[in-house]
Design a protein around this ligand. Sequence first.
Ligand code: DGJ
Length: 731
Amino acid sequence: MTIYYHDSQKTFHLQAGDSSYVMQVVNKGFLTHLYWGKKIKEYRFANRLQFTDRAFSGNPHPSENRTFSLDTLPQEFPVYGTTDYRAPIVQVQLENGTTITDFRYDSHRIFKGKPELEGLPSTYIEEEAEAETLEIMLYDELSGLKAVLLYTVYNDRSVITRSIRLVNSGRQSLQLLRALSASVDFRDNDFEFIQLSGAWGKEREIERHSLRQGIQSIESRRGASSHQQNPFLALARKNADEQYGDVYGFSFVYSGNFLAQAEVDQFHTARVSMGINPFDFSWKLEPGDSFQCPEVVMVYSHEGLGGMSRTYHDLYRHRLARGPFRDRERPILINNWEATYFDFNADKIESIAAAGSELGIELFVLDDGWFGHRDDDKTSLGDWFVDERKLPNGLDDLASRVRNMNMEFGLWFEPEMVSVDSDLYRNHPDWCLHVPSANRSESRNQLVLDFSRDDVCIAVTKMVMDILSSAPITYVKWDMNRHMTEIGSARLPADRQRETAHRYMLGLYRVMEKITTSFPHILFESCSGGGGRFDPGMLYYMPQTWTSDNTDAVSRLKIQYGTSLVYPISSMGAHVSDVPNHQVNRLTSLQMRGDVAASGNLGYELDLTKLTDEEKEEVTQQVAQYKKIRSLIQFGDFYRLLSPFAGNETAWMFVNKKKTEAVLFYFRVLDAPNAPFRSVKAHGLDSGKTYRIQETGEIVGGDELMYAGMDVPADVSGDFQSVVWHLKEAE
Ligand code: DGJ
């Protein structure tokens, strides 16, 4: 990791792990982009910028040079109105109504470490020596706006983090109309665009398609990062697969409305832009005010998608997630949601917990329905006091009884929401997002509390903290079950209404910061109707997320495989549930359900009191086996071997850092007559080591497993099958 500046050429060369990133200040202060890719020892302008006169590409300084146009230049901070017609990174409206800016290089500094971003989640360092940062200051004379561009490189990681702070250093009031966090220009468009798209119950399906001239974008306008699009995109060379080829990943550390796009222009260059969605956004900057854009984490991989994912996993596991649970093995839990829904009482809960304890499960989670008078989803959100009809002796008593069974106790909340039928709403009808005199649309019978308001945030924080202090709670599931509509705040003036959605995120981040740091002994898991807010912003506060409300093992193959493109396995909640499955009605084997869930943070979500003796025996074994491989699963390197998006089979494996232990999972959804023989090639082992297969006692070489492959036994028959091989280095 090093950042070089060459004054004579005005170049910046950032070396990050196995990658290089090069920029140059040209002409009268334009910051251009020269290179991003595999590491170069010393940059000597092999791919220098080309200057030629192109029709309809205007010139900022025509009298001096007709060959210089921003329209043809790869740039770091593109703006609108001064000859570049591609997507700008920033747009600002001046008091005279115009929106033209002309940013030029002003100064820079290089320093050890990585600054925090005020009020926002971001990747971090623990020691200054871990990273180095380049800060480039650009200045626009027309508006008086300064742009402070931050680039951080970490030791030994092929990662560059970027963010921008905009400072109004002029004398007029400005309206930011667009404030993206990063823009990168590539010299060609010979890439495929990879996105993680879906819907409730089918989050983060991998889509991959060629770039074409024009804009290809993904975005959220829902007030949450969303089930529909994840704040991530990658450009991959067409030959890039899991092991080989160049891949460029962009991941946005933010949980609200975002835009991520690639624009291919007339010269077949590609520009990637990422940041807060400019749609329905503006931000007023009075003189002296500043605006901090969230962080984009850019990863370069020469080892295909697998290499990119492992870089994200390591960084997000160790330098995005925080708190004591970051490096701790996560407990195996039993959650009562699919077992009881709203229909439970203390005895029922105790009986499920008792059954879980006998099976070796370590944590009981009481889901929705314990507060107010919530017998269905029509009521009580916001009334965070115990429903004594269901829990007559309160939470403390229930939690203590669960703990006496040798299990931890966890609790569900949905702090950002309010039911119309609640005391909170009756007392404070203006505390929700709304627009005066407009209808208030409901979703799941609920409204969104206005977290852009400090008073609302403080009141909600207190209610949640009071409950957390009232009982021995060591786990919280933080849910959020609707998207925003009628986005407006009773507290903001007319010219700041379009700040509401971003102010909401800042409020949410403040609330989560306060609560999670006040209760460091609590493991927090975020959730939004499953994985509707599975994003790096949430992972900063809560080290794991409920991956999807869809617990069907077959659906989960795609959901977990897609999620693993960016997010570490230790961040994925995965539960074994009942059959027929409650979301898709499918009947799968308990073995496959167990193996799919054991490929994440294992949990159970069914009425354990109804298991047969045989099922109990099987679950006891699953739990015991998971405890043996848990650290490998949660903290090992992850390799995708066969994709569920390509066919009927899926395989993946986990390898510890020393390559002395690994576990390989193979899944086959449907059986077929006379099916081809299958062998699965392992990745990531040490070719010089030999391994003992724990299930069979056989000894095989790492080279054999990787080059020749492991045979799936031909007698595995029937639908919904899984096979697991646990490998340990042979003595
Ligand atoms: C949605 C979550 O994803 C479910 O797991 C469950 O907690 C329900 N909400 C409860 O309302």
